[in-house]
Design a protein around this ligand. Structure first.
Ligand SMILES: [Mg+2]
Length: 98
């Protein structure tokens, strides 16, 4: 395993920790405290950990992000897709209408 591969393993780990923090927030609320920190704080910390690993990958010459223009175009497309699936979840009665 080289350094880039090692950092990709760390990226997997940190993304899993984001999943765990979000899961706990949905189970017990964003405000619920565990060992003195709220679930919202855990989410922020884990997202920060992901950003740090992405930065370390970038410093190794491996840019896992996209250029600004592509990212903006991709984001608009992704936002539309999320909206489409939210509407479908409402139709299925799985998501409350606001
Ligand atoms: Mg972490």
């Amino acid at each position: 395993m080289n350094k880039k591969e090692y950092l990709l393993v760390k990226l997997i780990e940190e993304l899993s920790e984001v999943q765990q923090a979000v899961s706990k927030a949905l189970e017990f609320s964003l405000e619920d405290l565990y060992e003195g920190k709220s679930n919202l704080q855990y989410i922020r910390e884990e997202l920060s950990d992901v950003e740090i690993v992405i930065q370390l990958l970038f410093e190794e010459g491996f840019d896992v992000t996209q250029g600004d223009t592509e990212h903006t175009l991709y984001s608009e497309d992704k936002i539309k897709k999320i909206g489409k699936w939210m509407e479908y979840a409402k139709e299925k009665g799985c998501l409350e209408s606001v």
